[in-house]
Design a binder for this molecule. Structure first.
Ligand code: ADP
Ligand code: MG
Length: 240
């Protein structure tokens, strides 16, 4: 059939930091194998929403369903085991370690022996860094470090991969490289993505469907062209 199944669903999801509501009754859903972009002005609650999904933040209210199960109260590592993986906004590559040693960090907890070697090779390939395993990670360009982090997140065999600003500060060539890696992981391995990104060309390159967050809530959903043409969306970006 042509029916696609819902992979992720949040139901009235709320996150408060003291008296401030960063995520305000959000009903957000992602289909299996979908590639979704999440946009919105600074402070809209994008990173917070992804951190609620990974379990980095505990929800104040509401529920998160993944693959038909309520995962609201699961620990972060249990969510990783279920297939949710994330590249955070803050870089988490260890510059003093080699590229291969960085790749090993997440993998070693999940695999050993031949399986571990296979996953390391696969992560290096997914990152576009085959042959660069033995160089110090600090010698990689900023773009290559982003690729490395995406490869590391993908090495956990996720069904859902969350990327927080993977092309911030990159040049066009590096941005296109990341777009191609993400598209390939989506098409070849069927990994669903939620990607936070401001760069509209990048967003248009990778995603059909965009969710706009504003003041902690879903403001619009639609195609990138619909959303870009919406004067209300322009207004919130200008701080109105
Ligand atoms: P975005 O990623 O869309 O720029 P964030 O999700 O990082 O926005 O933040 C949303 C709002 O929540 C911001 O006003 C931010 O200051 C606030 N916030 C985020 N994390 C925390 C925290 N750990 N403690 C207090 N306030 C936070
Ligand atoms: Mg953010």
């Amino acid at each position: 059939g042509t029916k696609t199944d819902t992979l992720l669903q949040t139901d009235g999801l709320v996150k408060r930091f003291g008296g401030f509501t960063a995520c305000d009754h959000v009903d957000f859903s992602v289909d299996e194998g979908e590639l979704r972009c999440l946009i919105g002005p600074n402070g809209a609650g994008k990173s917070t929403l992804l951190k609620l999904i990974t379990g980095t933040h505990a929800a104040s209210e509401g529920s998160i369903y993944y693959d038909g199960h309520d995962i609201t109260d699961l620990e972060p590592h249990e969510r990783v085991n279920r297939g949710i993986s994330m590249k955070f906004q803050v870089p988490s590559v260890y510059g003093e370690l080699s590229v291969r040693e960085n790749v090993l960090l997440p993998i070693q907890r999940f695999a050993d022996g031949a399986e571990r070697r296979r996953r390391v090779d696969e992560a290096l390939a997914a990152a576009g860094l085959d042959g660069r395993g033995d160089v110090k990670a600090s010698t990689l360009s900023h773009g290559q470090q982003q690729q490395l982090e995406i490869g590391m997140a993908a090495s956990l065999d996720p069904d859902l991969l969350l990327l927080d600003e993977p092309v911030a500060g990159l040049d066009v060539e590096e941005r296109n490289e990341i777009a191609e890696r993400v598209t390939r992981l989506n098409e070849e391995r069927g990994i669903a993505f939620v990607v936070i990104e401001h760069d509209t060309e990048f967003v248009a390159d990778i995603a059909d469907h965009v969710t706009v967050l504003h003041q902690g809530g879903i403001f619009r959903e639609g195609s990138i062209s619909e959303v870009e043409a919406d004067p209300e969306v322009k207004r919130i970006y200008l701080g109105g």
